[in-house]
Ligand binder design. Structure first.
Ligand code: SF4
Length: 402
């Protein structure tokens, strides 16, 4: 039976964080319940397309899925179980934000079969959390983490972020050390990206550009030291934080299995791995993306339309062979284990070398990747400049088959 991963998008948050450009917003209780009503309809309506699939992972993301009442989350889980075949061993994750879940809710999650939590901490420094516009502080996070363990969760991810305004390598180290003390099974460590259209972009967009160009901090460039405004770390500090993540986490028994993800043995996130390995996945809820049998499609991002029952997919895009190969390479190379030559051959009926021989040789000579007999993966140096390496796998001409 074919495998399927399911993503459920919950586009609600208590309040919008200042750096966030995800599809999410605050909403009243009626809207949330109505949204769940429509989700159930979409889940049921789509089921006929996935009769011969076994669901191996479910991921509630957002937004903040934990803003839903536990009864609403239970309704979604029941609908999934009623209309899809869910493997007994399926990984079922919900993102959780501190301040939106308590003992009761987490216990209910366990009872409905959710077996993995992803908690958004971002920083263990209350000042940094405030700057980010998060609704919680560190002790709220600790409370929810303890409640999760008490409820029986044995697979927990904690999200942290570096390169925050006002953050220093020392304060970042403290965040990492505090997280390590808790020994979660999985840690996702991302670097802040200043996204257009966010309050952070108006505050830091210019500084970010300047810093990227010069490699220096705004303080050095403009002599603004002493002003009230916090500043982004310079490139050197950012690099120090990046190196620190790898060093500390590896010392504590976490292995890096993807550019920004670390896990204890056997606790890699199966759902996210399915994305990077281009396995079939379907998304429910506004803006949710899907990839099924090489066709990419996405739900509309319009909540009003969705609430009125418009589940129409947009941007239906059947990937060409060339696009599929490119995706195979640059998604797969995000994983430390890299890409399999045998899988490439199985998927495309042509050896990887026949398409990418020049790039593989060039990147190997530059010490950026290891071109083994069975797999191709990035080296440490390649990981540091992964965007550059991945861009090399874009194909501009025809593929020589023969
Ligand atoms: S909680 Fe997450 S999704 Fe919601 S606004 Fe903050 S960063 Fe965005």
């Amino acid at each position: 039976m074919k495998k399927l991963s399911v993503y459920v998008h919950i586009p609600f948050c208590v309040k919008k964080c200042d750096y966030c450009d995800f599809l999410s917003a605050p909403a009243d209780e009626n809207t949330k319940t109505e949204y769940v009503d429509r989700l159930l309809e979409e889940i049921e309506k789509e089921a006929e397309n996935y009769r011969d699939y076994m669901v191996v992972s479910v991921f509630f993301g957002g937004g903040t899925p934990s803003v839903l009442k536990k009864e609403d989350t239970a309704r979604i889980m029941s609908a999934l179980r009623e209309h899809y075949k869910i493997a007994e061993t399926a990984e079922i994750t919900s993102e959780v934000n501190p301040k939106t879940a308590d003992d009761n809710k987490l216990k209910a999650y366990r009872e409905m079969g959710i077996n993995r939590l992803s908690i958004g901490l971002q920083s263990a420094d209350d000042k940094e959390l405030k700057t980010l516009g998060r609704v919680h502080n560190y002790s709220d996070f600790l409370e929810v983490y303890k409640a999760a363990r008490k409820a029986g969760f044995q697979n927990i991810n904690i999200d942290i972020m570096s390169a925050l305004p006002g953050q220093t390598p020392e304060s970042y180290r403290k965040t990492v050390e505090r997280v390590l003390k808790l020994q979660p099974e999985h840690i996702s460590a991302y670097s802040l990206i200043i996204e257009e259209g966010t309050p952070f972009y108006s505050r830091y967009g210019e500084e970010d550009e300047l810093r990227k160009k010069s490699g220096k901090s705004c303080i050095e460039e403009n002599g603004k030291q002493g002003s009230e405004m916090l500043h982004l770390p310079d490139e050197e500090e950012e690099r120090e934080m990046y190196m620190l993540t790898g060093e500390l986490l590896e010392n504590y028994g976490y292995h890096r299995y993807e550019i920004s993800n670390y896990a204890k043995e056997n606790y890699e996130c199966r759902h996210n791995k399915a994305y990077w390995e281009r396995q079939d996945y379907v998304g429910f809820g506004i803006g949710a993306a899907s990839l099924v049998q090489n066709v990419r499609f996405q739900n509309k991002r319009d909540i009003k339309g969705y609430l009125s029952g418009d589940f129409e997919k947009e941007e239906v895009d059947t990937l060409t062979e060339k696009e599929s190969m490119e995706e195979f390479m640059f998604l797969g190379l995000r994983l430390m284990c890299g890409v399999s030559k045998e899988q490439f051959l199985m998927q495309f009926g042509i050896p990887m070398e026949q398409v990418y021989d020049d790039v593989l040789n060039k990147m190997e000579k530059q010490g950026l990747l290891v071109n083994g007999n069975e797999r191709v993966c990035l080296t440490g140096k390649g990981l540091d400049i992964s965007n550059y390496v991945m861009a090399q796998f874009l194909l501009d001409g025809e593929i020589a088959v023969g």
